[in-house]
Design a protein around this ligand. Sequence first.
Ligand SMILES: [Fe+2]
Ligand SMILES: [Fe+2]
Length: 189
Amino acid sequence: MEEEIKKDAQNMLTPFRYEHCVRTAKKAEELAIRWGYNPKIARIVGLAHDMAKDLKYEQYLQYAKENGISLSKEDELVKVHLHGIIAAKMCEKKYQFTKEMCDAIAYHTTARDNMTLLDKIIYVADKIEEGREYEGIEELRILAMQNLDEAILESIQYSIIKCIKQQKYIHSLSIIARNELLSKRSNKT
Ligand SMILES: [Fe+2]
Ligand SMILES: [Fe+2]
């Protein structure tokens, strides 16, 4: 299955995006080993997570319509979230990914409440893969190996702040995920 996904990803994505997927897969595998998840599944999901990223907005809407995916108004407004939802469906149909694998792809942009371990691994791997560069990423890479929830919280907050600065919509799932992680943290202290 992995070879087929690689081939499809190469066909569907620009070389730049494909390389990002390969690096995300590698990072997901590392995180899986660290946090006790099946490394092969994490790697495969990492490889496939951006499968739909190079499609156009109209193609997302069309695919959703043709495949019975109901998008909320909010999903449509937060355009960047759509590529995950569409890729999850593609992977379910084409490679028979399990629900757990599909969900990790569907929510890799927004995060969500009650994230599974695979959700967390894919969310963070995508943000800290070795090709990414932004202020604080080295600290985030270290944090992801020490405290996965804290790394997700940091990363969600970074994304929310970026959305505000760029006057972009913020998906409510990201706010919910942030609040949940914050409340877990305060329960511990
Ligand atoms: Fe993505
Ligand atoms: Fe990505």
